[in-house]
Design a protein around this ligand. Structure first.
Ligand code: SF4
Length: 401
């Protein structure tokens, strides 16, 4: 039985320009109806979960929910689920939606880990991303959390932002270090098709703007209206690799364990919930668009928030898709997820899939992209920055499409 629960809160104040997650504009009455429905779904699913080791409330912007909704959600969890000793209880929080009272209320009901979506401490970059907050507001939010006494919080950052330089990325990392977070996530910006950022960048590639229109756009953005700055080209691949390399070396130098491609933690502060995903473990998901992975099947709830609420009000589970993960896909997921961890792939587990990885990977090992230590095969420091290329090469060697 899965011991890991994910709960999705699909509301944000406003859509960020790069975002393709499931989220809609927050409105209080919809959020309350959604919380009621969520509790109904959790009750329907209580018997398919084991003793919960983690609860991860993600979004969207979960910290946008009113305190009473958090109270209702946690009461429902406590009344209906069994918990292991000291479960990890994470809430994703965004600057601009937290204050001292809300953080205090979250801790009093059992939240013991926060993941704060700072993304950057540079105002120009925040505007390019269309975030709702300034760097000062991000600092204030992290300070509130730090001063509230919680030591298990993650500062989440993005690199590879249009207009970002190596210096501004260094500044963002060093500002983050001032708060001495025990966990840092550092994700490369992915330009997702269909997002406003994607459309803008593609349109500027084919139709470069005149200097005058760039100047007026800068004035508009600096007036606090949001929007793009002068340089909205994606940084080139070399600069992105330099940013990533800098983060790895800098954070390792500061005593962080680089435990997953994009995640760094001080000893004892790895995210247990996410480790279960990378280990390929089972989990239960609740909320609109949430996935569950149980007994080899991936189940997905409807993305349609109103249908989600309607179905649950009628007592129906709001599942939209159920997919059996077949052997080849299971192997691909096993390799992809386990190689994301710096610990690597357990060769004993690989053998359970009938894989002889040392034989298949000989050239990648000789090239210095992979290495073996004990029972594990893992990416080297040289292989980590080009992990996707190495993983694809491994799939090809195994005859997987
Ligand atoms: S806060 Fe997160 S989920 Fe919400 S719009 Fe921005 S990127 Fe998307």
């Amino acid at each position: 039985m899965p011991d890991f629960l994910y709960v999705h809160i699909p509301f944000c104040i406003k859509k960020c320009l790069y975002c393709d997650f499931l989220s809609v504009t927050y409105n209080e009455s919809l959020a309350k109806a959604y919380t009621d429905a969520l509790c109904k779904e959790l009750i329907l699913k209580k018997d398919i979960a084991g003793q919960l080791k983690t609860v991860y409330i993600g979004g969207g912007t979960p910290s946008i929910l009113p305190e009473e909704c958090f109270g209702q959600l946690f009461k429902c969890l406590k009344n209906n689920f069994k918990f292991s000793d000291l479960p990890e209880m994470t809430v994703e929080a965004n600057p601009g939606t937290v204050d001292k009272s809300k953080i205090g209320a979250m801790f009093s009901i059992g939240v013991n880990r926060l993941s704060i979506g700072v993304q950057s401490f540079n105002d120009d970059e925040l505007r390019t991303l269309g975030r709702i907050h300034t760097s000062k507001e991000a600092e204030d939010a992290v300070r509130i959390i730090k001063n509230s006494g919680i030591d298990n919080f993650s500062v989440d950052l993005i690199y590879g932002i249009p207009g970002q330089t190596l210096d501004s990325w260094r500044d963002t990392l060093s500002k983050a270090m001032e708060f001495s977070p025990n966990h840092i996530s550092s994700y490369e910006l992915t330009l997702e098709k269909g997002t406003p950022l994607y459309e803008m960048i593609k349109s500027e590639e084919t139709n470069p703007p005149s200097p005058a229109s760039v100047a007026s756009r800068c004035d508009f953005a600096k007036g606090g209206m949001g929007g793009f700055l002068a340089n909205i080209k994606m940084p080139d691949e070399e600069l992105i690799l330099e940013m990533y390399g800098y983060a790895i070396d800098h954070l390792r130098g500061k005593g962080y364990e680089h435990y997953e491609i994009s995640n760094f933690a001080r000893h004892g502060f790895r995210c247990i919930h996410n480790l279960n995903y990378w280990d390929g473990g089972e989990y239960v998901g609740a909320g609109a668009g949430a996935h569950s992975f149980i007994r080899g099947f991936r189940l997905k709830n409807t993305d349609d928030i109103r249908r989600y609420i309607k179905d649950l009000n009628k007592g129906i589970t709001p599942e939209a898709e159920s997919t059996e993960i077949k052997r080849d896909d299971a192997i691909k997921e096993f390799i992809f997820l386990n190689l994301r961890k710096t610990e690597g792939i357990s060769l004993a587990k690989a053998e359970e899939f009938g894989l002889n990885l040392p034989g298949v990977c000989r050239e990648l090992i000789e090239d210095g992209h992979l290495e073996m230590e004990g029972d594990y095969l893992r990416l080297t420091r040289k292989g980590i920055p080009i992990s996707n290329t190495i993983i694809i090469s491994l799939f090809e060697r195994l005859g997987l499409d």
